[in-house]
Every structure is written in structure tokens, then in C-alpha cells.
Design a protein around this ligand. Sequence first.
Ligand code: F6R
Ligand code: MG
Ligand code: MG
Length: 373
Amino acid sequence: MPRKTTISLIKCDVGSLAGHHIVPKPLLNIAEKNLKKAKEEGLINNYYVFNAGDDLELLMVHEKGESNPEIHELAFNTFQEAANKALALKLYGAGQDLLKTAFAGNICGMGPGVAEMEIQERGSDPIVVFAADKTSAGAFNFPLFRIFGDPMNTAGLVIDPNMAGGFKFEVMDTMHNTKVILKCPEEMYDLIALIGTVQRYVVSRVWRASDDLICATGSVTRLSLIAGKYVGKDDPVMIVRAQHGLPAVGEVLVPFMHSYLVEGWMRGSHWGPIMPVGLKNSECTAFDGPPRIVALGFQVSNGEIACDDDSKPMMADMFDDPVFALARREAVEYAAMLRRMGEFEPARLGPEEMEYTTLQQVLERLKERFKPA
Ligand code: F6R
Ligand code: MG
Ligand code: MG
């Protein structure tokens, strides 16, 4: 039987430095320590710890399959330990995303975001791992459609016969907890009809239609739907496989040459332009943003991540590149334009989304003062 390798990307806002800005070193160190130990004990084969703004990101490669209780518990315990450290240091928002504290075998639904993919390794398996801050899961709908559904983005859909059969998209209805699979190109219009509603429908998986090869998976957590109120944004993650009959890494990245609007900026209550950045700029500042996204490239290799001569995973910081300067510039310009509008829609989210925010308490105060007109 060919080897099966699992890539687990699990993230959590456990507390941050100077407001909701960045994960500080002592918390990254806890993750590093715990995952190193898990590697030494043979639970995972390799790992990479990083941050997307105020979110602590654990990338783990192992052979235990998806939704494995031991892997999820490792992530959960790591987040708890980091949250306790954040609490001790009085960092901001300590334990913010740990909505439930009694672990019962699976971290999904407890607050942290999860993207997992079990693959049968090909001759060579490049992956790109995305993590965004100050936005929600639907933020990946647009680029995922461009990558796997749009022949104007992905030349391979037109040129490579291995992609001619198109791709299948699994779409979650996060309001009703149901899912549907739609195939491109045949059902492209229906797919767009759904996933254009980014606040409700979220692309959770993509497969190559000709052989059901898994190509992409994203987190679908809606924190406000778990907690019933605003408790921070979902700040999604996704894993995308590339090359050799799949979109090339370049086709995976090219949608980010331009900024686009996502929900979740400041207090989870505003539209904001996504800004692709290298890890050195993975921090949120102006109006707690603008929403940032990092993209890290790896090679999955014999059950782990391909390492350098010092046994360190080799990582390519994909957005740390001048070619994304245009998108960053656009993001600054769109951000300035939206902020000029202040609290007027559409800069602020519509009323349905605002239901989960503290705006309700303000409106409640005014209720008595309304008289029949
Ligand atoms: C946190 C976030 C921030 C906060 C804002 C207010 O994920 O998106 O924009 O919502 O900084 O935070 P509090 O209410 O904690 O002062
Ligand atoms: Mg935070
Ligand atoms: Mg965050």
C-alpha cells in the first residue's frame, strides 16, 4: 500500500501583544517546544510553527489521518498552555478562541480553525499553506474559484489535458450546517451563485474531478455561530496542493496579485481589503488590519516536510515578493477609501452580520425610545 500522509494546519488566537496585533515569541516558543517533543516521540513526523497576525498556526505532518484525536489533543494542549502563558503575562485576549475547554477527541467546534488533508504522496508534492488574520472563512471562496474554476486565472484548465475534467467544490452552508458538491465547469454558475455569498457559504474542499484527487481544504469555523455572539474573527487557514496535473504554484498565487474585499476587519464588523504579506509583515495595525494573508510553500516528502541539511523544514515565504507590492498598494488605497466612510455601510457589514456584535447592546438601549410614526 502506498504511504498516506496527513497535513494538519490548526490555528488559534491564544492571546497577543499590544492588542490583537501579533503572536509574541514566548507563545511561539511553547508551540515549538510541544511540537518538537511530539516529533521526538514519533506522534508527528515534522512541523512548522508560525503566526498570521494574532493567530498561532501549527502545521503538522504525520501519518495518523484526519481528525485524529491525538493530533487534535496535541494542538489543543499547546493552545491551552500558550493561553495560560498569555494570561500570566497579561497579554491581550488570552485564550480568546478557546471557546470550549473540555477536550473530547476533536478540536473542531471548540473555537480553533482546522484544515486537514490526507494525501497519497505523488512523485513530488508541493503545497501552499495559507493563513489569514482579521477575516472569515469565506475569504478564500474567491481565490479558490479563481484557482480551480477560472480558465482566465489558471492556464492549466485550458492547456493541461490532466485538468480538462475540471474540479469539484464542496460548499458548506455554515448557517444550516449542510454541504453540497458542485462541479466546474458544468455547474460554475450555480457554484458562483452560492460562494459569492461569502458570509454564509464556504468552500471546504476541492477535488480533481477525473480521479477525485484531493487538491484543497480550508477551515470553516464560524466563531460567532459557536458562541452566539462576537468573540473574534474566524481567521481562516487553507492547504492547497499544486503542480503536475493541478494548478501550478504560480496559478495558485496569481489571484493575490490584486487585493479584494473580505469581511471581518475591526471588531469583526467591517469589510476590508486583503493584503498579501511575507511573514515579516504578518501583523495587524491600522484599524486592526488591514486583513493580512501569508502563503507558505513546502514540499511534502516521505511522510514529512522536505528539510534542509540541518533537518529544518524548508519553507518558501511566497508573498515576501515585490510582485505582490501592487496588491499591497491596492489594499492600502482601498483601506483608506473604506475608512473615509467610517461607520456607514457598505464599509461596515450589513445588519445580519452585525447581529453577532456588540452593536446590538447599543440598539437595545434605543428600543424604548421608538414611537409609532
Ligand atoms: C479581534 C479583532 C479586533 C477587536 C478590537 C476590539 O479579533 O478583530 O479588531 O475586535 O480590537 O477589541 P476589544 O473589544 O477586545 O477591545
Ligand atoms: Mg485576537
Ligand atoms: Mg486573529
